[in-house]
Write a protein that binds this ligand. Sequence first.
Ligand SMILES: *[C@@H]1O[C@H](CO)[C@@H](O)[C@H](O)[C@H]1NC(C)=O
Ligand SMILES: CC(=O)N[C@H]1CO[C@H](CO)[C@@H](O)[C@@H]1O
Length: 482
Amino acid sequence: MLPRTLRKTLKSCRSRPLVVASFVFIVLLYHLWQTHSITAADTPSTLLHSSPLNCPKSPLVDDVLVVVRTGATEVLEKLPVHFDTVLKCVPDYIIYSDFEEDVAGHHVYDVLNQTSDHVRETVPEFWLYNKLRSTGRKDLEYQTLFGSGPAGAQDNPGWKLDKWKFMPMADRALQHRPDAKWFVFVEPDTYMVWQNVLTYLSQLEHRKPYYLGRHMYIGKVLFAHGGSSFMISNAAMKMVTTYWREKQDWFDDYTAKEWAGDMILGRAMADINIPLVSAAPHVQGDSLTSVDWTLNKQDKPPWCYAPLSFHHMTEREFHILWQFENAWLHHNKGNAVLRFRDVFKNVIHPRLQAERINWDNLSGGTEYSRSALSKTEREAQVSFKHCQAACESKPSCIQYSHVPGKCVLSNELRLGHEAESRCLEYSSVANKCIKMEEKGDSNTASKDGSFVSSGWIMDRVMDASKQMDKACQSPEGNDWVH
Ligand SMILES: *[C@@H]1O[C@H](CO)[C@@H](O)[C@H](O)[C@H]1NC(C)=O
Ligand SMILES: CC(=O)N[C@H]1CO[C@H](CO)[C@@H](O)[C@@H]1O
């Protein structure tokens, strides 16, 4: 259905069919481009190359240094997507690692090369560093040595080495760009919403000491969580690196005893009385697929506000969000703040549906199996449809997921991701799956196994979205928490 103004225009142009035809054609093309660029799902690469690059225009753009902190055990896998996406619009960035090399044509610096010999020789986690220095990465057997995924992280020697990078990283970044007004620190799985970062920082005074990020505690030490990204003003960078240089031996001992580098930076900031300013909910500890868009529990749900970052982002999520950001910038000519709700409405909502097969819900709510009390609850596990009905029967339920024998309901609104495994054999005695098949296992195409499937009650999603819109202060939203 064409908008009324358009219909009017068409009527008045009847005498000029050619004009009308080309007008309609342009409108259609634009519409096609729009729907595609914003909601096209999972293979963005062709679109990426065909749509022009739109970068935010901000007077601050040349005054920010972005620092990516990484390590040899993850850099090859996780860094390249940054060059194809977010970093395309960043005029100045630097990559600090524990091993000097080129990755995808970009130089990666060893930020630990000034660590004292004493630390290198006596601290156990430096064995990886020393090995890399002496024989390079070719001798490292990654899968066996480091494991993969977050579960392996605690034992990953690359992860243990990471805490040593924070203070030298700040020091080197300031030497690299002594005049930069702001320093933004990210990790390879941190997606930085560059347009918003620039808008956010331009509201603050870089000559004052600022340390901005997501609050976290270890013991009594308050610090900005590294993976969610954090930002430091020029003034604070000068103070904290001067302090570190004066007390390097003390910091070496302290770092050896503690386990998180972001906490060590937090301690240094606290010692010199630079308070951590909360940048929540702008900086996110979750990814696009794991954010709870309802967040009933928080006093400041992200919905109304502008995202600065998402964490734990996969390569595919990078591409999806990047493509949307690019389209958004184009559509709004670079002058509308992008808010969480815009991301939800354009990127997440189109991916929700009543039934998504092979989709892992991330429903973490009430679980129903055969042993449940009431009849509806007992039957919820029988089939996907029963599970859906169980959700519908509970007014606050918004999403559900089902594997044979189990139905999980949730009041939280999450996208989730494609299921990675499916149950080949479900035991009703044990009440669980006793034979799993991982994605990528061979010859499965014909078998009718059962991946987890998920669904959302779409009109409740719509209602929740409207309710949350109302909670924002104005139609334009209250973009920033101050
Ligand atoms: C460490 O690396 C940087 C940059 O690659 C270099 O400028 C510096 O001289 C190195 N320092 C040492 C002590 O090797
Ligand atoms: C990743 C995740 O949280 N998935 C949840 C989806 O639902 C199952 C139950 O079917 C939960 O066990 C998972 O935790």
